[in-house]
Design a binder for this molecule. Structure first.
Ligand SMILES: Nc1ncnc2c1ncn2[C@@H]1O[C@H](COP(=O)(O)OP(=O)(O)OP(=O)(O)O)[C@@H](O)[C@H]1O
Length: 263
């Protein structure tokens, strides 16, 4: 079902498990800008796969940075698995895959980059080895272990950046524009990986076809407000809504709408 905002309050009273993420009445301004996010509220249930859409500058990355504790909200609260997020403190239950993989890779080898997180969590060496091996296998990057990260291709860097996060075994992973600059084969590998992944995920992307393939819910954000929250095809096939927020009906849905018109 598609909800156009203002949305009804999502009650947690009848839910047997705490939400993976609760964002309540969240507002944020950068020092030199007025309101980037204004009174955003939503909940994400465990194992949901949510796509975050919106035009350039809508506030998607800013929202992610607040959820990760990299920025402090001007107002409101964020809870991860029922625990408040404190700005500046590390949460091992949350992983963030940055828009630019170069921001995430800094070691002399892929192995060291992937091992960095588990080592900093204080895991013993054999457990670090196990986490690295599992992350390499999940992301299909086993052949890259001894390579210098900055010599990798864009697609290889992306999957290694994902492996650095997966190695810490987070319960919620946020992906900021994961398919940017990927060729067809690398994008397909990424989609397959995301479809198979078992964590709760949030994915911001302008690649609407990827969102359709991966996500079971979307939030559409514009000018710091949530303007729609619901099932991806139901929202994305609303041409006037999409165009009002700088987006298009994805080609695969536009074709279906056209075919229905001719029935
Ligand atoms: N460090 C900063 N200082 C001041 N303004 C910023 C800063 N970072 C982002 N902004 C501004 O905040 C607004 C929201 O930016 P944000 O990066 O969150 O948007 P976005 O939805 O992720 O955009 P895109 O789709 O282009 O990645 C933009 O107008 C941007 O210029």
């Amino acid at each position: 079902m598609t909800i156009l905002f203002p949305a009804p309050h999502h009650s947690t009273i009848l839910e047997p498990f705490a939400p993976a993420l609760t964002v309540a009445d969240l507002s944020f301004s950068y020092p030199d800008r007025t309101s980037v996010l204004e009174q955003i509220s939503f909940e994400l249930q465990a194992n949901e796969r949510i796509g975050v859409l919106g035009p350039n500058g809508a506030g998607k990355t800013t929202l992610f940075k607040i959820i990760c504790g990299l920025l402090c909200p001007t107002q409101g609260e964020v809870k991860l698995f029922n625990q408040p997020v404190e700005t500046g403190s590390f949460r091992s239950d949350l992983g963030f895959v940055f828009q630019n993989p170069d921001d995430q890779l800094f070691s002399a080898s892929v192995w060291e980059d992937i091992a960095f997180g588990p080592q900093n969590m204080g895991l013993p060496p054999d457990e670090v080895d196990r986490c690295v091996a599992a992350a390499l296998a999940l992301t299909g990057t086993q052949s890259l272990t001894q390579r210098l990260p900055h010599h990798l291709s864009g697609g290889e860097k992306r999957m290694v950046a994902i492996a650095t996060v997966v190695a810490m075994n987070p319960r919620l992973i946020i992906y900021d524009e994961p398919s940017a600059n990927l060729d067809l084969r690398a994008r397909r590998r990424l989609i397959q990986y995301l479809q198979d992944s078992e964590e709760t995920i949030m994915v911001a992307s302008h690649d609407l076809e990827m969102i359709l393939e991966v996500c079971d819910r979307i939030l559409l954000i514009d000018h710091g407000h949530i303007v729609a929250d619901g099932h991806p095809p139901e929202i994305m096939q609303q041409r006037s809504l999409m165009e009002a927020h700088g987006l298009e009906v994805p080609y695969s849905l536009a074709g279906r709408i056209e075919a229905k018109r001719h029935l």
